[in-house]
Each structure stands twice: as structure tokens, then as C-alpha cells.
Design a protein around this ligand. Structure first.
Ligand code: HEM
Ligand SMILES: N[C@@H](CC(=O)c1ccccc1NC=O)C(=O)O
Length: 281
């Protein structure tokens, strides 16, 4: 008879006085005691606001782990494992995009109550987010200023600014594989924002004209486009959530708000991979 209960099996571990438990392995006491609402009296919705950001920061941590690895694998000519990393990056980005729906349940009135307690803090000061942008190619030395108060973080970002991006390593890989990458791209100042190079559009046009002959490279190009697509979706959803919660108010970080965020939608990580689309016949 089905009594709608699952009996425990004899082998189920239950004494963790000496053995490793789930909570100990994951350091849950620390993770779950890191939510510190600042509102007085306590506002119900501040927990949502804190956890939404903390979850995003955890996913950003994994993104950085995978992106660093993908870039380093390209530098050693290991294309297939690099593609495996990028496939995971895409799934994480999808989680970050989907996650906006939870925060979108916050009404303008609810957020207006929390907002004074945020003071000058803002997502603009997320160093993990800025690191992801740098690794993907959106280099901007001006972004370092807001991290001056934290030497370790600032130095880490300055270091990343001086390193090649994922795409820099991809074009270097292409060059080693015999593709005609101009020297100016290989020798570019990697601290600067990446600017479109017409010769690379020509190179990718050859790849897209004969995918079967360039399969690995073709696959990598499409992974990059998927990643940029998802990243733009994240930026757009952020914009929409900002619009529905604070409208056209200026940001706690000191920017104009939605107008400033909207301008990020014009940025591109892999310009040639979009330009090549106009050449495909
Ligand atoms: C009610 C929710 C939110 C509002 C109203 C909001 C608002 C804003 C505003 C106005 C800015 C521009 C900078 C400033 O002046 O403050 C900004 C930047 C930013 N926010 Fe949010 N945000 C929200 C949620 C989030 C969440 C959940 C994240 C996830 C980590 C996030 C991450 C960022 C990042 C990374 C930037 C910098 C973007 C860039 O450089 O283009 N925000 N946000
Ligand atoms: N910039 C936001 C504040 C904000 O959203 C925020 C504040 C502290 C920690 C994370 C935040 N999220 C994104 O910017 C605002 O202007 O309301």
C-alpha cells in the first residue's frame, strides 16, 4: 500500500560529528549568515534585494573561473576544451538573464523604501562584473577609479586590463593556425577597447562561406556570438528592471540612470563577428 512516505535506507549516513557534512563542505554557516539588511525598521523586501545580488555575484564568480580558463586554453591551442568552457558560460549567462524576473516582482513603492538605505552603493561598483566585461573585451581604464578605495581589487582589475581578452587570444590562435590576422591586431594595446578591424571581417567571411573547412573556428565564432547575445540580453533586462523600479531617476552610483545604462547597449565585444553577417550570401 502507498502510505505516501519514503522510508530511509539503512545505509543513510547520519552521524556527522566526525564526518564531512553537506553544510560543512559548502560552508553554509558563512554563506547563510551573510545577509545583512540595513533597513530600520526591517523591510520585508530587502532580503530579496540582497539575495538577488548575492546570487548574481556567485554566478559572476563562476563566469570568471570559466572565462579565464577558456582564454588560457586558447592560448595553448586547446580549442575543444575552451569551447566546452564557453558552453558552460552560456548556461550561466542564461541563469543571470532569467534571474531578473525575480527582482521584477519588486514594485517602485517597495524599492523606494529600501533605496535610502543603499546610500551611494551601486552595481556599478561590482568588481566581478567589471572583470567579466574586461575579459570579454570591454576594456576601459576609467572604470578603475571607483575601486581606488580597495587596493587589492583595484590591482586585480588593473592586471586584467593589461592582459589579453578572450577574443585577443582567439585571434592569436587563428594566426598560429595560419589565418591571415594583421600584425596590428596581434600587437594591439590590450588595455584599450577593441576596435573593429576590416581584415578580420574578410577572414571570417571565408570561414562562414565554407564552414565545413573551418569547423572548429566556425563553432568558436558562433559560441562568441551566443555569448554576446546573452550578455546584451542581461544588459537589456537590467535596463527594463531599472526603468520599472526607478524610471528616469539618477542612480545611487552617481550616473544619470537609464540613459547611462542604455548607452552600454551600443557596445560590442566581437564586432567582426557581427559585421560578417552582412557579407554572407
Ligand atoms: C532594483 C534593482 C536595480 C536598480 C534600480 C539598478 C539601478 C542601476 C543604476 C541606476 C545603475 C547605473 C549606475 C548608478 O548610477 O548607480 C546600475 C548599474 C549597474 N547595476 Fe544595477 N540596478 C538594479 C539591480 C541590479 C542587479 C540585481 C545587479 C546584479 C548584479 C545589478 C548590477 C549592476 C551593474 C553591474 C551595473 C553597472 C552597469 C554598467 O557599467 O553598464 N543591478 N544599476
Ligand atoms: N544603482 C541603484 C542601486 C542598486 O541597484 C544597488 C545598490 C546596492 C547594491 C546593488 C545595487 N544594484 C545595482 O546597481 C539605484 O540607483 O537605485
Amino acid at each position: 500500500m502507498n502510505d505516501n512516505i519514503r522510508e530511509l535506507e539503512a545505509g543513510i549516513e547520519s552521524d556527522f560529528t566526525e564526518q564531512l557534512s553537506y553544510g560543512a563542505y559548502l560552508d553554509l554557516p558563512r554563506l547563510l549568515s551573510a545577509q545583512h539588511p540595513r533597513s530600520v525598521p526591517l523591510l520585508h523586501d530587502e532580503m530579496l534585494f540582497i539575495i538577488q545580488h548575492q546570487v548574481a555575484e556567485l554566478w559572476l564568480k563562476l563566469l570568471l573561473h570559466e572565462l579565464h580558463s577558456a582564454r588560457d586554453l586558447l592560448a595553448t591551442d586547446d580549442l575543444s576544451p575552451a569551447l566546452k568552457r564557453l558552453a558552460r558560460v552560456k548556461h550561466v549567462l542564461k541563469q543571470l538573464v532569467e534571474q531578473w524576473d525575480v527582482l521584477a516582482t519588486l514594485t517602485p513603492s517597495e524599492y523606494a523604501e529600501i533605496r535610502p538605505f543603499l546610500a551611494t552603493s551601486s552595481g556599478f561598483q561590482s568588481w566581478q562584473y567589471r572583470s567579466v566585461e574586461f575579459l570579454l573585451g570591454n576594456k576601459n581604464a576609467d572604470m578603475l577609479r571607483v575601486f581606488d578605495h580597495d587596493g587589492e581589487v583595484r590591482d586585480g582589475l588593473a592586471q586584467l586590463l593589461a592582459e589579453p581578452t578572450l577574443y585577443d587570444e582567439f585571434v592569436r590562435y587563428l594566426s598560429r593556425r595560419g589565418y591571415a590576422v594583421p600584425a596590428a591586431v596581434l600587437d594591439r594595446d590590450v588595455t584599450q577597447a577593441y576596435r573593429e578591424v576590416p581584415e578580420l571581417v574578410t577572414l571570417f567571411a571565408q570561414v562562414y562561406a565554407a564552414p565545413a573547412e573551418h569547423w572548429g573556428v566556425y563553432e568558436a565564432c558562433e559560441e562568441f556570438v551566443d555569448i554576446e547575445d546573452l550578455f546584451q540580453q542581461w544588459r537589456f533586462r537590467h535596463l527594463q528592471v531599472v526603468l520599472r523600479t526607478i524610471g528616469h531617476k539618477s542612480g545611487t552610483g552617481g550616473s544619470s540612470g537609464v540613459d547611462f545604462l542604455r548607452r552600454a547597449l551600443d557596445l560590442t565585444f566581437f564586432p567582426e563577428l557581427y559585421s560578417v553577417r552582412s557579407t554572407v550570401t
